[in-house]
Design a protein around this ligand. Structure first.
Ligand code: NDP
Length: 248
């Protein structure tokens, strides 16, 4: 029997990349999974893949930056699986530029999707979790939210904001047995990073003590731990999955 048997999980941005691997990993442990993504087709592909390997999953198209869509995603979990135990705020975007050249739209969009998106889902999901007196919320931050990065002022600010949001939510919800933690990946090989120039990739890897990029699986296994009863005494923490890149 899987460690997440009878648990219901929402994973945002699970149409591809790290989110898809998290959805598959939680489903393998027995969780019923709501695959949410702005792209209806990729969300369905993830859910179909899980169902065809014997897991339980449904998909829903939704933009996390919309409070209405966030509510619909939570309602989907209630309608399909009659509950909600785990929320993984994974959806994220980049619009990189130097501050001098960054447009207002590039700033606003990244904050709206990455930071407000997580707030929207937490707000909707917590209504259910507070009543049930149980919940695991895992927010995907980034090491650049801790160390900053040239050309990523908007993204770094959104990911640093995720850490403040995580700790505030952890304090607000602790009395109702809801644990809120963040995972801060370092350099992970996905579509988001695949197109980086080779010299940038090499420069990143030279700063990683373990001397390799991480995989989506490296992140997903930590999310699984934070979603499981094995982490019941952990809340308000930021776990870096970065090969030792940032040792604070
Ligand atoms: P990807 O770009 O591969 O996947 C992100 C997914 O989120 C896509 O399916 C995307 O849809 C979806 N998405 C985008 N905007 C929205 C929205 N408004 N509402 C709902 N879904 C949306 O990213 P990764 O898998 O690489 O990253 C996942 C998370 O991990 C992000 O939060 C990212 O910031 C974080 N992270 C990644 C690192 C890395 O090295 N890759 C390092 C540190 C953190 P669509 O396909 O339409 O774009």
């Amino acid at each position: 029997m899987g460690i997440l048997e009878k648990k219901v999980a929402i994973i945002t941005g699970a149409g591809r990349g790290i989110g898809r691997v998290i959805a598959v990993e939680l489903a393998k442990e027995g969780a019923s999974v709501v695959v949410a993504d702005i792209d209806e087709n990729t969300a369905k592909e993830t859910a179909d893949g899980i169902c065809s390997s014997g897991g339980k999953a449904v998909s829903i198209a939704g933009d996390v930056s919309s409070p209405e869509d966030a509510k619909e995603i939570v309602d989907k979990a209630l309608e399909e699986f009659s509950g909600l135990d785990i929320l993984v705020n994974n959806a994220g975007i980049v619009r990189d530029n130097l501050i001098m050249r960054m447009t207002e739209d590039e700033w606003d969009l990244v904050i709206k999707v990455n930071l407000k998106g997580a707030f929207n889902l937490i707000k909707s999901a917590s209504r259910v979790m507070l009543k049930r007196r149980y919940g695991k919320i895992i927010n995907i931050s980034s090491v650049v939210g801790i160390m900053g990065n040239v050309g990523q002022a908007n993204y770094s600010a959104s990911k640093a904001g995720i850490i403040g949001l995580t700790r505030s939510a952890a304090k607000e919800f602790a009395s109702r047995n809801i644990c809120v933690n963040a995972v801060a990946p370092g350099y992970i090989e996905t579509d988001m990073t695949r197109n980086l120039p080779e010299e940038v990739k090499k420069a990143f890897i030279s700063t990683i003590p373990l001397k390799r990029a991480g995989s989506a699986g490296d992140v997903a296994r930590v999310v699984k731990f934070l979603a499981s009863p094995d982490s019941d005494y952990i809340t308000g923490q930021v776990i870096q999955v970065d090969g030792g890149m940032v040792m604070a």
